[in-house]
Design a binder for this molecule. Structure first.
Ligand SMILES: NC(=O)c1ccc[n+]([C@@H]2O[C@H](COP(=O)([O-])OP(=O)(O)OC[C@H]3O[C@@H](n4cnc5c(N)ncnc54)[C@H](OP(=O)(O)O)[C@@H]3O)[C@@H](O)[C@H]2O)c1
Length: 190
């Protein structure tokens, strides 16, 4: 089940934390992996070099999730490098927190851009290239279920939106055998 030989994946936010481990695991199972990062080129290069040292294929790509065209370009770059597209992991994210009264509408737009608009743009572009039977995996958060305290309205709002987005993707792409799921991790030391 875990043999991904010949498959092509893209992991957003693959330079550190959960995304880096996802990228490494996909590569270990045989997939060629594109991985995006925001600013940590050294970390992204390090993950790519580790994968290559193990005999895998990896491509670090600078792409800010705040810019949907950059995310679309990251999908295209992965296709161009590896000649196909099978697995999209939308993982890139940030953790905004603070008093409700200090959250600006600009903050709302910025976080929705990174956590939601980018996921839509990546999925739409990926679907155009994806083979039948492809996979879209969106990384949400357990905090959509219960918030343990105040100050996380914006985070919960943006991660909750992934649920509806992903259900729509599953319906739209299901006839092609493409699945779309959300994984909602619990607290993870990254
Ligand atoms: N850690 C947890 O406890 C936890 C729990 C539930 C859900 N999650 C979710 O899991 C995902 C990964 O979290 P993590 O803890 O692994 O985060 P992390 O260690 O802080 O790493 C974040 C990753 O996302 C990238 N990134 C951040 N902003 C970006 C942007 N605007 N455009 C492109 N890439 C961007 C970072 O790139 P650079 O390295 O270049 O900065 C890095 O690769 C997030 O979606 C987060 O919400 C985490």
């Amino acid at each position: 089940m875990n043999d991904l030989s010949g498959k092509v994946a893209l992991v957003t936010g693959g330079s550190r934390g959960i995304g880096a481990e996802i990228a490494r695991t996909l590569a270990r199972n045989g997939a060629a992996v594109g991985l995006t990062y925001l600013g940590a080129a050294d970390h992204a290069d390090g993950v790519a070099k580790d994968i290559q040292a193990d005999g895998g294929r990896a491509l670090p790509i600078q792409a800010d999730n705040a810019d949907p065209e950059a995310v679309r370009a990251a999908v295209e770059a992965t296709v161009a490098e590896f000649g196909g597209f099978d697995i999209l992991v939308n993982n890139a994210g940030v953790f905004p927190s603070g008093p409700l009264d200090e959250v600006t509408l600009e903050d709302v737009d910025r976080i929705l851009g990174i956590h939601v608009r980018a996921v839509f743009a990546a999925a739409q572009t990926a679907a155009r290239h994806m083979s039948d039977g492809g996979r879209i995996i969106n990384i949400g958060s357990c905090l959509i279920e219960r918030l343990p305290g105040p100050g996380m309205t914006l985070y919960a709002l943006s991660k909750s939106a992934l649920t509806g987005l992903t259900k729509g993707l599953a319906r739209d792409l299901g006839p092609r055998g493409i699945t779309a799921v959300v994984v909602d991790p619990g607290p993870t030391e990254t």
